[in-house]
Design a protein around this ligand. Structure first.
Ligand SMILES: CC(C)(COP(=O)(O)OP(=O)(O)OC[C@H]1O[C@@H](n2cnc3c(N)ncnc32)[C@H](O)[C@@H]1OP(=O)(O)O)[C@@H](O)C(=O)NCCC(=O)NCCS
Length: 187
């Protein structure tokens, strides 16, 4: 059974990062991330254009935690945790399959510094050990090479390509699915 009680909020730490809850006071930073065209290119969600849009994102993330439907962490510099530059977490749970879908994004100013590879290890550890996941799934737009690199380097396996899986803003989008299984220690 999955453990989907996230109270108190489980903060995580890596060498350079602190992963904490996204708060209403982060609205300007969320606006910068979710409003950035480059960062949102392969994320089929409406881009935040106003502070209200960003606040709605914060509310959605908060409700997900309170309703045990998702959990997302703000990615911050360990030295300056008031400023967030990314969001990462489990965006969907599938309890009957002991599975969750992982998602992540950074403001482009912070790309290429290995922050997601660093954060993903702690988020996976939490998923396998605390939530009790057996499988972590990731879904990408096949054009998103940076995201595919993260997954392949982090030992995710390709599962399937689903052509024209959805329509977003009048565009038919394909999805590639990847997965990682809990390491049981058995051969
Ligand atoms: C995908 C993403 C999370 C990668 O995170 P990251 O912490 O930058 O990952 P890395 O530091 O390992 O860099 C990954 C690749 O990005 C590319 N990259 C590096 N610096 C870059 C820069 N300044 N600008 C653009 N791309 C860059 C490189 O190809 C790098 O691979 P390399 O190590 O072979 O050079 C990030 O690009 C992002 O937030 N993208 C937008 C949101 C998104 O698409 N999320 C995934 C949805 S499934």
């Amino acid at each position: 059974m999955l453990n989907l009680n996230f109270h108190p909020f489980p903060e995580l730490k890596t060498k350079r990062l602190r992963l904490r809850q996204v708060l209403p006071t982060d609205v300007e930073a969320v606006m910068k991330i979710r409003g950035n065209e480059e960062a949102m290119r392969y994320i089929p969600r409406p881009r935040a254009k106003t502070t209200e849009d960003a606040l709605a994102v914060v509310e959605m993330l908060t409700n997900g935690i309170n309703e045990s439907k998702s959990i997302n962490w703000a990615i911050c510099n360990a030295e300056n945790p008031s400023e967030i530059f990314g969001i990462m977490g489990y965006v969907n749970f599938y309890p009957e399959q002991s599975k969750a879908e992982i998602g992540y994004m950074l403001h482009p100013d912070y790309w290429g510094k290995g922050f997601i590879p660093e954060a993903i290890l702690e988020v996976e550890k939490f998923g396998f050990e605390q939530i009790n996941l057996q499988i972590i799934e990731a879904k990408i737009d096949p054009r998103n090479e940076n995201s595919r690199k993260i997954l392949l380097r982090n030992d995710y396996q390709f599962d399937r390509l689903v052509p024209k899986e959805m329509i977003f803003q009048d565009e038919e989008l394909d999805s590639e699915y990847y997965f990682k299984q809990k390491h049981t220690g058995l051969l």
